[in-house]
Design a protein around this ligand. Structure first.
Ligand SMILES: NC(=O)c1ccc[n+]([C@@H]2O[C@H](COP(=O)([O-])OP(=O)(O)OC[C@H]3O[C@@H](n4cnc5c(N)ncnc54)[C@H](OP(=O)(O)O)[C@@H]3O)[C@@H](O)[C@H]2O)c1
Length: 338
């Protein structure tokens, strides 16, 4: 089967950073589906993993966001059948989706939204899982609306995670203040439903106060920077509030402000469930199906903004370069095998 792989960490401008390869087609066992991959999205985890690989390793397939069709199933599969269209992020501990066929555990796979083609569907899974788990599983926001009217600050509103996060938060009835720093991203986050926008290149607290927000019940830092925003998050978290981050800190973080306010700080890592095979990993199947229902019902909008074809090393190098520029709005998807 065709695949795009890396063998050693190289800057994306190097033609050897991602290369076209032929690999054996895998066979499913147990609860695995073998999926014929039709479209893949790119995420910052891809660029980070690309640079983290050991030198001269065997070809490694990365990419964890896909839509495709079930081509074969393991003997214990019960949720899907051959021919079903699916979308999923997968497991960062296993080969990724930048290959014609991929094995994935059925418990972390959802049915593809019927109203979206493969390209649009592939834009959604990884970021939807991240934002959903951050809000509803980590910060315990009630998705049925019982927390309606509470105030949420989304740092990094226009990225992949922020773009679906703003929409999920509005569906749960929250009042959303999102951050964006360029005209295009300000317009984008407003279009997704953010009621207010502030600029993350300027101090956040005075901007929030000018809008009448002295603090926030929830803060979701969906940017790739926790260190720089931690002081503002500490100032802006409400007493007994919840904050979540999706990247690690590289400097020590004082928890004193959170302690004084009895506020909670949570991490969200969307690969935790598959990586540790948690007893509730089937929650990713359920949430992807719910997101598919909401996309089909028009309650959520697809966050795709850029598409390329085919899926090959040259196009994936362009896609990684775009992500590494830090200017991505919404999602970028590649589709088809030449
Ligand atoms: N833990 C997890 O499970 C998980 C899951 C997904 C992603 N992540 C991580 O979360 C981060 C964001 O991922 P993503 O896919 O949303 O990224 P992305 O799509 O590449 O984000 C691009 C956006 O980031 C904004 N941005 C750039 N610099 C910023 C800054 N200093 N502060 C705030 N926003 C900034 C830009 O908006 P402006 O142009 O308006 O500045 C741009 O639109 C990445 O580091 C990724 O690795 C973690």
């Amino acid at each position: 089967m065709k695949a795009v792989a890396l063998t050693r960490p190289l800057p994306i401008a190097d033609p050897q950073s991602l290369v076209d390869v032929e690999l054996p087609k895998p066979s499913p066992k147990g609860r695995d589906l073998l999926v014929k991959v039709e479209a893949v999205s790119v995420n910052p985890v891809d660029t980070k993993r690309r640079m983290a690989e050991k030198t001269d390793a065997a070809p490694k397939v990365i990419g964890w966001d896909a839509a495709g069709t079930v081509a074969a199933v393991g003997e214990q599969v019960s949720l899907f059948s051959v021919g079903d269209d699916v979308y999923y992020a997968g497991d960062v501990g296993r080969p990724g989706s930048n290959s014609e066929f991929q094995l994935v555990d059925e418990r972390i796979v959802g049915r593809k939204p019927k109203t979206l083609d493969f390209v649009k569907a592939a834009a959604m899974p990884l970021t939807s899982i991240t934002a959903w788990e951050a809000f509803f599983d980590r910060m315990k926001i009630d998705r049925g609306g019982k927390d309606g009217g509470k105030r949420l600050l989304v740092i990094g509103g226009a990225g992949g995670v922020g773009s679906i996060g703003i929409q999920l938060a509005r569906l749960a009835g929250l009042t959303v203040v999102a951050t964006a720093s360029r005209n295009d991203t300000v317009q984008w986050v407003k279009g997704l439903g953010a009621q207010h926008v502030i600029n993350h290149r300027e101090p956040l607290k005075p901007q929030a106060e000018a809008l009448g927000f002295k603090d926030f019940d929830y803060i979701a830092n969906f940017s790739g920077d926790l260190d720089s925003y931690w002081p503002a998050m500490s100032e802006l978290i409400a007493p007994q509030g919840y904050a979540v981050a999706i990247v690690g800190n590289t400097k020590p973080m004082s928890l004193d402000a959170f302690r004084m306010k009895s506020a909670s700080f949570c991490w969200e890592f969307m690969f935790t469930r598959p990586r540790f095979q948690t007893a509730d990993m089937i929650e990713q199947h359920r949430l992807l199906n719910q997101v598919a229902d909401w996309l089909d019902a028009g309650k959520l909008k697809c966050t795709l903004t850029e598409a390329m074809s085919p899926i090959n090393a040259a196009n994936l190098r362009k896609a990684h370069a775009k992500l590494e520029s830090g200017t991505m709005i919404g999602k970028l998807v590649l589709s088809g095998w030449a």
